[in-house]
Design a protein around this ligand. Structure first.
Ligand SMILES: [Zn+2]
Ligand SMILES: [Zn+2]
Length: 212
């Protein structure tokens, strides 16, 4: 017979100010431990702490992140403090070597992410979701990486800014409409501000007429 391994780790509920196991609550970790032992819950069987294989400190299990693949206690080998330190160090190395923080591609000039992740974050900023990153890149490509207003070359992380053709102010329903998006330079976007395309062109003409 195959033994189903189930890991019952006491988790601390800040809301209840109690330890929890399977909906049962306990005032102290010791009480939770007794419950686990008495009920022989899984292979885990009452273990409430473990030793971090990195810093060698023995800590409560809630000081370790979850790892579904760990069939012994469902926890990572390194404690959260060590994991955090290692991640910070890795990020530092990546920044120094100009490698994207999210993958192993080369990062952009002035930025800690590669071009794909840069578009992913632009999608997140603009739409609150990462799912439009490809569309945003496609739009830039369709524009030949040229700002429609200034004719300047658009360079990710240097001068590229998402613009709403019909401004969000004029038509809030077009705020999250991918078809209402174009790429312009930061400077062009600053000038356009909350104007829609047509109003912005009129504004530019007005300025130009006074100085030509
Ligand atoms: Zn550790
Ligand atoms: Zn990346």
């Amino acid at each position: 017979m195959r033994i189903q391994l189930r890991n019952y780790t006491p988790t601390f509920s800040k809301k209840l100010n109690k330890w929890k196991i399977r909906g049962e609550t306990f005032n102290t970790l010791e009480e939770a431990d007794v419950y686990l032992k008495e009920n022989k819950l899984g292979k885990y069987n009452g273990q409430t702490e473990k030793t971090c294989t990195h810093c060698k400190n023995t800590l409560a299990l809630d000081k370790f992140g979850n790892d579904r693949d760990n069939k012994i206690n469902g926890k990572q080998a390194y404690c959260v403090t060590c994991v955090k330190e290692i991640n910070t160090e890795r990020a530092k190395q990546k920044k120094q070597n100009k490698i994207c923080l999210r993958c192993s591609e080369k990062s952009l000039e002035n930025n800690n992410h590669c071009i794909n992740h840069w578009f992913i974050y632009k999608s997140l900023d603009t739409f609150g979701t990462t799912k439009y990153s490809k569309e945003l890149k496609d739009i830039a490509e369709k524009q030949n990486w040229i700002c429609p207003y200034t004719g300047d070359t658009l360079i990710p992380s240097i001068n590229m800014s998402v613009d709403h053709i019909i401004s969000k102010k004029e038509d809030p329903s077009k705020t999250y409409d991918i078809n209402n998006i174009q790429w312009v330079t930061f400077q062009a976007n600053l000038c356009k501000s909350s104007l829609s395309h047509d109003a912005f062109i009129l504004f530019c003409k007005k300025v130009l007429e006074r100085f030509s």
